[in-house]
Write a protein that binds this ligand. Structure first.
Ligand SMILES: [Zn+2]
Length: 236
């Protein structure tokens, strides 16, 4: 399937295609609307983000890029404070206008809203993040600070869902999915344990499966709901 056909099929979904073909063949057959896959987002307000500063640069995401934090996360109850620490590090220490990443995902698959994807992300290495949709997994998948962590199934599912939602929204080809270190020699990010799943095609395949199943949408949780989820994570 060429890219255009793939994107059209991904956009309308297999159920929609079959209902067009079968409309005259069997009028009695019930039509089903695919239930959208949802990506519940913990909003910036819910995790306590700082407001972005001036200096954000608009761009359009055209590729999918995976990162890791490179810091072991063994107790997932710390994930909201880790996201806060990343943002403070990027803004206060590095002088960036906001958290570098567009989404951060913890070990249990919770998705934290980062920089608005309409703005280019940032990096501490030498690649140009313009056009990259940046997703960061909490944890160390390289073994920078001890044995490498293994990605969890719930984290990988959320990674694939977030990339699928972005692929649908901006018509991004899932074949653009790469790891940070595919663009620069300055880092091992997102770590061998995640890079392996990019190079063997399994992560791209998961994204394509969500796309083929129908719509994938972000759902930004209302602040109170998001705060309750953050509280649950912190006390788990
Ligand atoms: Zn990275």
């Amino acid at each position: 399937m060429d890219r255009r056909s793939f994107l059209i099929a991904a956009a309308v979904g297999p159920m929609a295609l079959s209902s067009v073909g079968g409309r005259l063949a069997d009028a009695a057959e019930p039509t089903t609307t695919p239930v959208p896959h949802e990506v519940p987002l913990i909003s910036r307000a819910a995790w306590g983000a700082l407001r972005p500063r001036a200096g954000l640069e608009p761009h359009t995401p055209v590729r999918l890029t995976l990162h890791h934090s490179g810091v072991r996360l063994t107790d997932n109850s710390e994930s909201p404070s880790r996201v806060q620490q990343h943002q403070r590090w990027h803004m206060i220490e590095k002088g960036h206008p906001d958290l570098d990443y567009h989404f951060v995902i913890d070990r249990r698959g919770h998705v934290f809203q980062g920089r608005n994807p309409r703005f280019r992300g940032d990096t501490q290495t030498d690649y140009d993040p313009t056009g990259h949709l940046l997703v960061c997994c909490e944890g160390d998948y390289q073994g920078v600070s001890g044995p490498p962590q293994k990605p969890t199934p719930s984290m990988l599912r959320s990674v694939a869902l977030v990339f699928a939602a972005a692929a649908q929204r901006w018509e991004i080809d899932p074949r653009t999915l790469h790891g940070h270190r595919d663009y620069t020699e300055m880092t091992s990010c997102p770590g061998g344990e995640l890079e392996r799943l990019i190079h063997n095609g399994s992560l791209q395949e998961s994204v394509e499966q969500f796309l083929a199943a129908g719509p994938v949408r972000w759902r930004k949780m209302p602040k109170a709901e998001g705060r309750a989820v953050v509280h649950r994570i912190e006390s788990s």
